[in-house]
Write a protein that binds this ligand. Structure first.
Ligand code: ATP
Ligand code: MG
Length: 328
């Protein structure tokens, strides 16, 4: 899932059991996610039971964490991400997956990576966010001028990197509202801003939920528990909207969506774009590109980017029946 690399807590994406009382958890090397979440027990009665009803009477002005757009900035677009000759292996087997990836993303750009099944797209994005299944064996990654590979996963999130995983996970026992509130507060804390109590957070959250067409009833449900594929993806975009990341990596945000849901999610992503943030999306489908309109399209094969162009590259390859466009 995407559950954002957001807070300073962690959970395992692959284990749909409630977080243990001895959290914060360190994810096992084999788990597929890196988020961190306090256990419901540790969050305590105040957080879980005494939360105000989700209908506030007052609107509260809220400062966003500093990673959001800064209207006072000027000058040419800055480089957000610079990946050079990145190589990575699977920790468990030593199998090489990334074989020299090169990619530069400036702020304000939308990049799409396409490529057939197993070409390394998800691995690349997981390596960027610091997934423990992979070990970097060569190359460099600079994010906003800092060495990303030296940073812990949660620090990468705090620095403004967000990832929506291909398969969003459930977090039983943790309500969506509490999860989002914790993730947001972890980010604020890092920025030296005071934490937002639930009522104020609700005022910040509700317009964002409306923007992604998310029914407020989903806030009271456990994270992704029983959510349909489309609802999970929408929830991912809500997390992104709340965290206001500088670079959002969206791994197959379109998978499992019907045409209407795809339109909603894609439009929600478009609504989050500013001249200062960027999106790196992974997809097999032209239909997503038609709505989000990436400025750059890359084709990945066998762990490296073998072709780069604009939207016309995707269209041309689709015409030629390139396998990136079919999910086998
Ligand atoms: N943790 C892992 N353990 C074992 N094999 C892995 C692991 N992660 C990736 N792989 C293998 O690495 C290769 C690349 O996988 P990856 O998920 O990056 O492909 P992908 O391009 O995202 O494919 P798809 O389009 O199907 O999502 C595949 O052969 C996959 O089985
Ligand atoms: Mg994948």
């Amino acid at each position: 899932m995407a559950l954002a690399f957001c807070s300073s807590l962690r959970f395992s994406t692959s284990t749909p059991s409630p977080p243990s009382p001895s959290l914060p958890l360190r994810t096992s090397p084999t788990s597929s996610s890196l988020i961190t979440v306090r256990s419901p027990q540790r969050m305590g009665a105040r957080s879980l039971r005494a939360r105000p009803p989700l209908r506030p009477k007052a609107t509260v002005a809220v400062d966003s964490p500093a990673a959001g757009p800064d209207a006072s900035r000027s000058g040419p677009p800055r480089v957000l991400l610079e990946v050079k000759d990145l190589m990575a292996v699977i920790v468990e087997s030593g199998q090489e997956i990334l074989r020299g990836v090169n990619l530069t993303i400036y702020e304000g750009e939308v990049h799409a990576i396409m490529g057939k099944n197993g070409s390394g797209k998800s691995t690349f994005s997981k390596v960027l966010v610091g997934h423990p299944d992979y070990e970097v064996t060569g190359g460099s990654v600079i994010f906003k001028g800092e060495n990303l590979l030296d940073m812990e996963p949660e620090d990468r999130s705090h620095a403004g990197l967000f990832m929506s995983f291909q398969t969003p996970v459930e977090i039983p026992g943790v309500s969506n509202f509490d999860f989002l509130n914790m993730a947001y507060n972890a980010r604020r804390k890092k920025e030296g801003l005071p934490e937002l109590p639930p009522l104020e957070f609700y005022s910040y959250l509700s317009p964002k939920a409306a923007a992604v067409n998310m029914d407020l009833r989903f806030l009271d449900r456990n994270v992704n528990e029983g959510f349909s594929g489309g609802e999970r993806k929408r929830n991912e975009i809500l997390q992104l909207a709340i965290l206001e990341a500088d670079l959002a990596i969206l791994d197959e945000i379109d998978s499992g969506l019907d045409v209407d849901a795809l339109q909603d999610v894609a439009k929600a992503v478009n609504g989050l774009l500013t001249p200062y943030n960027s999106v790196l999306m992974i997809t097999h489908y032209q239909r997503l590109l038609d709505i989000i309109n990436p400025s750059h399209v890359h084709i990945m094969e066998e762990g490296s980017i073998v072709k780069t162009g604009d939207l016309s590259l995707a269209k041309q390859l689709e015409k030629e029946g390139y396998r990136a466009f079919s999910v086998s």
